[in-house]
Design a protein around this ligand. Structure first.
Ligand code: SF4
Length: 163
């Protein structure tokens, strides 16, 4: 039974903007046992892989959802991908709503403009600021528990209950 939604790159899908992944061996057993639903909001939002990296221009994920901030690509010709990021967040929320009776939490890749739970990158420079990605913000605002991929101990403890 599915108990967790996870950022797809964390279980080895090559859905990162660069075409790579952020594989976490700690999730492998739970994935094999069918406890995890891997989703990539940026792909669900219609973006290609590989794709140019993007950042939230100001504020954080909730500001994007409220229409007060944009998501823009930061390499090559600047493109507004706000709609894709919002669509991806809404599609992920759609899955979470379907699974909510059994869903424990969403384990999301830290620092991503979609999935970041505690930190995202500043628009102007490659340093971090407090804030959530667009999908993380929407899920949390709708009452779903979000857990950072950096909280490895917490994740292992939670998963253990179901393995
Ligand atoms: S961090 Fe989120 S949006 Fe980025 S590749 Fe992983 S699953 Fe996709």
């Amino acid at each position: 039974m599915i108990r967790f939604i996870v950022s797809a790159c964390l279980v080895g899908f090559n859905c990162k903007y660069s075409g790579g992944n952020n594989y976490m061996p700690e999730l492998e057993e739970a994935f094999k046992k069918g406890l995890l639903l891997p989703l990539c909001p940026e792909q669900l939002g219609g973006l290609a892989t590989p794709r140019p990296p993007a950042k939230i221009e100001k504020g954080e994920g909730l500001d994007v959802i409220k229409g007060n901030a944009r998501v823009l690509t930061v390499k090559g010709k600047q493109k507004d991908v706000t709609k894709n990021f919002i669509k991806g967040a809404e599609e992920t929320l759609f899955a979470a709503e379907k699974l909510k009776d059994n869903l424990v939490a969403c384990i999301l890749k830290e620092k991503s403009p979609s999935c970041g739970v505690k930190y995202i990158y500043k628009f102007e420079e490659d340093t971090l600021k407090r804030g959530r990605g667009v999908t993380a913000a929407l899920l949390e605002e709708k009452g779903f528990k979000i857990i950072s991929s950096d909280d490895v101990e917490k994740i292992e403890k939670l998963l253990k209950e179901f393995l």
